[in-house]
Ligand binder design. Structure first.
Ligand SMILES: [Zn+2]
Length: 262
């Protein structure tokens, strides 16, 4: 009997940026976290840090911890041209930058915008002394998904060719933005899923316990849901939930693109 590849909906995320900014480390952190939750394919140098074959699928798509998606993590070679070659095969691009070179993200953001690819910045080697600079850059620049502090564990892991072990929230914030950056309250989120206005929703929850209750409520109504920890100051995490009707999802994506054009 032949083995057929399962075909879950995919979420394709890419880590792009200039040489030496730590793209591979960030891609490996995210790939490793995803591999623990659901099916993932890691492409590029990050695959060896995660301990998988480049491009091969690991694990099963998990409806609970992974919302039933197969994730593709592309660790792109450095530079804008490598991004241009891959942008059409990405749903979301994360531009990795250092605090001293934030402006380098702008060219990547333009490529993303021209190709209907959502774009966020991940700041690596962040230090408190750069906070003001980062804030003023973000006023008119791309949205921030996450920042990683300048950190001895990260640095030595990179030197050793391994993946550092960090708290969940340092990585899961990236997954939250990839799934759905727009926050809704619980009632609006449920309504948006029920009437097909959104194929995925994102609800901030104060504590993990609140999150568990909301996850149960979504699942009871037939929507796969999961809790992801975040780095926000005033709450502990987010609940992400999704519709499973693929046809409705396609209609919904069209709607979203038209809304963006307005
Ligand atoms: Zn948050």
């Amino acid at each position: 009997m032949g083995r057929s590849e399962p075909s879950e909906p995919q979420i394709r995320i890419g880590f792009v940026g200039e040489p030496g900014v730590g793209k591979t480390t960030v891609a490996a952190l995210v790939g490793k976290r995803l591999a623990a939750r659901t099916a993932v394919r890691v492409e590029g140098t990050a695959a060896s840090l995660v301990g998988v074959e480049p491009g091969s699928r690991t694990g099963e798509a998990n409806a609970e911890s992974g919302l039933g998606y197969e994730w593709v993590v592309r660790d792109a070679p450095a530079g804008i041209e490598a991004f241009e070659e891959r942008v059409e095969r990405l749903d979301v691009a994360f531009v990795v930058v250092e605090p001293s070179d934030l402006e380098t993200a702008e060219a990547y953001e333009r490529v993303a915008q021209a190709n209907s690819c959502r774009c966020f910045v991940v700041v690596n080697k962040f230090e408190e002394s750069s906070r003001d600079r980062l804030q003023s850059f973000l006023e008119n620049g791309p949205e921030l998904a996450e920042y990683f502090y300048e950190d001895e564990d990260i640095r030595s892991a990179v030197d050793d060719g391994t993946t550092p072990t960090l708290d969940d929230w340092t990585v899961e914030a990236i997954l939250i933005e990839a799934l759905q950056p727009e926050r809704l309250d619980g009632a609006s989120a449920r309504q948006a899923l029920e009437n097909g206005r959104r194929d995925r929703v994102n609800v901030e929850v104060e504590t993990a316990d609140d999150g568990a209750r909301l996850v149960d409520a979504f699942r009871t109504d037939g929507f796969p849901a999961t809790y992801l920890a975040c780095n926000c100051r005033c709450h502990d995490g987010h609940v992400l939930a999704r519709r499973v009707d693929q046809a409705a999802t396609d209609v919904n994506n069209t709607l979203d693109h038209e809304e963006l054009k307005q």
